[in-house]
Design a protein around this ligand. Structure first.
Ligand SMILES: [Zn+2]
Length: 311
């Protein structure tokens, strides 16, 4: 083949390669242009050393155009955008959770993984108190066996995940009363044991029960065997609260509620040995300590105090 024939055959290939490289470089430049500002993203995690039965709050500031995914404890979460264009997500820790866990956050742009944060979270073991069930407690349960359908309805409600945030500011106690049974108390009999997955607030029958925050009623249980008259409220983004053993539920399924609205009257229905409210907080389906959550959510979500305008 002479030089002339050779160049006729090779030239298109050379042009093709040059064109391909141009496109490649252009794509690279565009990717770099959009990704540079996103490289300034910052990761914030609270609390520093959580306990089992609490939760981890993850915030990504300046996420830019990146799509973030959070990996924790074998699960994958997509964080939610906040009003100030940051991203955040709340991850639950089971009651008996402990040890160091890896929190991995990956940022992708057009499917290309360009940013990664790895953070180790030390989960402290929770002190677990044990309560030996008395014969009377066991008899109460035997008289009212758990009904699978009702249990499924309640568990499904706890696992509700809606993307819109309905809560405003910190959560509040639904009733001001003494705690007669704390969160994570281990109740044991000879044949079974279970964790108390909420707090019992004991006071007079008929006391108004308030919504711990704004949301929507996703379950109203009437005369359920275990839970009695009960309500479950979805606050959005994986946060759900429940109100059990009510004398009367005042809201219908599907009703929107505002923080502090009266939603029911305290009672002693279902598995209950006296008037009290069982108040539970669930995050992505796992029970967390309601007293801790009220303090923590108050710290995280309360409106910032007005700026001091005095000179
Ligand atoms: Zn309880």
């Amino acid at each position: 083949m002479d030089i002339r024939t050779c160049s006729i055959v090779l030239m298109p290939a050379v042009f093709y390669i040059i064109g391909y490289m141009k496109r490649f470089i252009r794509t690279l430049m565009i990717l770099l242009f959009f990704s540079l500002p996103c490289m300034a993203a910052e990761l914030g995690v609270l609390p520093e050393a959580p306990e089992g039965g609490q939760a981890v709050y993850v915030r990504i500031d300046k996420p830019g155009m990146f799509k973030y995914t959070v990996y924790f404890n074998g699960a994958e979460y997509t964080p939610y955008e906040t009003a100030d264009k940051s991203l955040e997500i709340i991850l639950p820790l089971e009651i008996e959770e402990q040890d160091t866990k890896l929190l991995s956050v990956k940022g992708r742009l057009w499917g290309v993984s360009l940013k990664k944060f790895d953070e180790y979270i030390t989960v402290l073991p929770r002190d677990i108190e044990v309560y030996k069930l008395k014969t009377g407690d066991v008899k109460m349960r035997d008289r009212q066996p758990s009904v699978q359908e009702q249990r499924d309805a309640v568990v499904n409600a706890f696992n509700t995940l809606t993307s819109e945030r309905l809560w405003e500011g910190g959560f509040i106690m639904p009733v001001m009363a003494k705690i007669s049974s704390p969160f994570a108390l281990k109740r044991e009999s000879k044949t079974y044991s279970y964790f108390h997955k909420g707090v019992d607030l004991a006071t007079k029958k008929g006391t108004p029960v308030k919504a711990a925050n704004s949301g929507r009623v996703i379950l109203r249980g009437d005369r359920f065997n275990v839970y009695g008259n009960c309500l479950v409220i979805d606050h959005g983004q994986g946060v759900v609260t429940c109100y059990m053993h009510l004398d009367e539920a005042l809201k219908e399924e599907g009703s929107p509620v505002q923080k502090g609205d009266e939603i029911g009257k305290l009672g002693s229905t279902g598995w209950s040995s006296g008037p009290h409210l069982h108040f539970g907080v669930y995050i992505h389906g796992s029970a967390v300590d309601p007293v801790w959550w009220i303090n923590f959510s108050g710290h995280l979500f309360s409106e910032k105090p007005a700026e001091d305008i005095n000179p």
